[in-house]
Write a protein that binds this ligand. Structure first.
Ligand SMILES: C[S@@+](CC[C@H](N)C(=O)[O-])C[C@H]1O[C@@H](n2cnc3c(N)ncnc32)[C@H](O)[C@@H]1O
Length: 228
């Protein structure tokens, strides 16, 4: 890990521990999966099966999966998001095993999951090398024939996204504190790190593991499904 990566990861964690983010994701969790996400989840093996939801947030997807009969483990760096997920699982009358840990350190045995989901979480990992290690680790955690599913928003063009960032004073002030940022590394409200992807960059990073099936809704919300 590069020296600044710990700091960048910490800004993402602190962002999701904020009151406004907790409230936002608590409200969003009640809506469950979007149509695109439901199409992705349809690729999962039927329950019961062991599912890992990395960066599960307030349990928006982990809880409905548990209610369907999956054995679900949810991980997240944010303690407050996990508190929300726990409360949501209890209210829904189901159980999700919740672990506070960064996606960069997955304390699980190899080949212990039938499906792994990373929903709107991948961009919070700084640096292509760290993300590559992360994907490789998730791949190891899958049983043969298992499914890795990853969803993300993408920007329509790198030039447009860069122009937006150049015009964002809060982002520029936050970015100035770090000396080795990649293009399209951004800081929401000058605080939480998140990397924005173009479709091609995301596809290039993921296709290192296997050829993904690509699902999309409006061209900017993408789902990638890979079979191990
Ligand atoms: C945009 S939210 C998505 C939450 C959930 N997956 C969903 O779709 O509703 C991103 C989540 O990733 C988590 N996250 C950010 N950095 C992380 C990291 N390094 N490891 C694990 N989770 C992380 C955040 O705490 C947050 O809960």
């Amino acid at each position: 890990m590069r020296p600044q990566d710990e700091q960048l990861l910490a800004t993402a964690r602190d962002w999701f521990d904020r009151d406004d983010q907790v409230e936002h994701y608590r409200a969003e969790a009640a809506h469950g999966p979007t149509p695109l996400e439901s199409r992705v989840l349809n690729r999962f093996p039927a329950p019961p099966a062991d599912v890992l939801d990395v960066g599960c947030g307030a349990g928006r997807i982990a809880v409905p999966l548990a209610r369907q009969g999956y054995r679900v483990t949810g991980t997240d760096v944010s303690r407050r998001m996990l508190d929300e997920a726990r409360a949501w699982a209890t209210a829904a009358g189901t159980r999700v095993s919740l672990v506070q840990v960064s996606g960069t350190e997955m304390p699980f045995t190899a080949a212990s999951f039938d499906a792994i989901l990373s929903c709107k979480q991948y961009g919070y990992l700084p640096g292509a090398d760290l993300r590559k290690n992360y994907l490789t680790r998730l791949w190891e955690l899958l049983r043969p024939g298992g499914i890795l599913a990853l969803t993300s928003h993408v920007v329509s063009s790198e030039a447009e996204a860069r122009a937006a960032l150049d015009g964002d004073a809060e982002h520029r002030a936050a970015a100035a504190r770090f000396d080795a940022l990649e293009p399209l590394d951004t800081f929401s409200a000058g605080a939480g790190f998140v990397h924005w992807f173009t479709r091609d960059q995301l596809l290039d990073e993921i296709a290192v593991l296997a050829e993904p099936e690509v699902l999309e809704s409006d061209g900017l919300q993408l789902g990638f499904v890979l079979r191990r």
